[in-house]
Ligand binder design. Sequence first.
Ligand SMILES: O=C(O)[C@H](O)COP(=O)(O)O
Ligand SMILES: [Mn+2]
Ligand SMILES: [Mn+2]
Length: 530
Amino acid sequence: MAVDNKVVLVVMDGVGISDKEYGNAVLNARTPNLDFLADKYMMRPIKAHGTEVGLPSDSDMGNSEVGHNAMGAGQIYSQGAQLVNESVDSGRIFESETWKDLVEQVKENDGTFHFLGLLSDGGVHSHIDHLKALVKEAKAEGVNKVRVHVLFDGRDTPPTSGGGFIEDIENFLSEQSDDNFDARVASGGGRMVITMDRYEANWPMVELGWKTHVLGEGRQFASGTEAYKTLTEETGCIDQDVPPFVVAENGEPIGTVEDGDSVVFYNFRGDRAIEISRAFDEEDFSEFDRVKYPKIKYAGMLEYDTEVHIPSHYLVSPPNISNTLSEHLCGLGVKAYAVAEGQKFGHVTYFWNGNKSGYINEALELYEEVKSDNVPFQTTPWMKSAEVATKLIEAIESDKFDFLRCNFANGDMVGHTGVYESTIIGMEAVDLAIGRIYRACEKAGYTLMITADHGNAEVMFADKKDKDGNPVAKTSHTTNPVPFYICDDKHEWKFKEGEFGLSNLAATVCDVLGVAKPDASWNWNESMVD
Ligand SMILES: O=C(O)[C@H](O)COP(=O)(O)O
Ligand SMILES: [Mn+2]
Ligand SMILES: [Mn+2]
């Protein structure tokens, strides 16, 4: 189908709007292209956090999953964080067949119930309150032994807040323990070192996680708290980079995974849960040598991939995201292109399409990935922005596609390192890439839209200073709005009155492409433009 107007959408990952200059790597970067575009065309802030993207409350910062889901679906779905809250509060989670099977398995075999996941209250991938509720219920149902395997966060929480969380959970587990119930932390490490890789960027991370949690191999400590304290003091690392550890007694790990055990991965978000789930779930698994594959029951908190069905068992049903922009455009025969570097490839494909991997219609779509480097991104803050822009420009010049989207990872991935100076350079690299894309759009007569999925890089320092008066790094996302630009020389688009957010984007894309929007039964939120 021919469209009136071809459209390129650039998602600047983790680039919010704030007028506070202190620690603002967006405002303080030299971004002549973005400044020029904001001046010449329309730019306005739109909402990208809280209930606007299906999170429990408006104090919840946005994240990539909920942001890309909202953009790609054109509507707001209650997201994993909210669905798990509801299921735990109502007790429905414990009525599921999956939960009953997990408990029965452990009780029948006198086995151990393992809980593995991100240890924080960040609410992006997991929540410590969910972990506590699962442990309490396991005890109430007569399970005798629980082992918790923790991943330190500091990425959705302050960078060195892990000491508080590990102490909290170890206190909680020892309070729960009695003559019939033995609950302890058994292993762990930083989320960027073990277990929580995504989009197959770094399988050795997952292998190291398997060795730590399942095989109990690694440096031994008496407790998680001792491990955290020693390892952070020795290396000076922030939480996400804490080396792996194993809790042991008399040289023996206290919580290896054995035949007859049950394992729950208690993260609700899927991108960083899929690889470890595959390692637990797949009989024939060849990404690394598991050495031993215990006969256990495994479940995820949610179904992480609703297309390929990973994992095979889960505790809470995920949002059933359907009627997406991709489905609508494919239905109309509109040709679409998506590109990002590895770290964000699934964001513009899997998250964009409602947590479904793969194409909607391969005859109409092309998805391309530029491999990310496995390096600390503060050392190379430009990341693959130039290569992603080059691929996108080639796709524009080929004139084969009607709607093209891409994601630049820099504001977010460099933002999460907490290194302000690097994040400024990351923003400048994005700006350079956008300048090139804008010129390609101008030449080909395409409309360029630019937005972001949530804030991050615009707030690189926490509110407080350290004891010497120096800034304290902030590594997490924000609740700030994000920019939305339409750069079009052929039409003068006017924003409608009112407040808009990421879920208004899909209808807006249809209007700018000049194609019909789906009928009211698709429940899309309205377009932002007249
Ligand atoms: O997974 C991560 O890297 C962070 O927890 C959230 O970042 P993202 O939502 O931008 O991916
Ligand atoms: Mn993001
Ligand atoms: Mn992020």
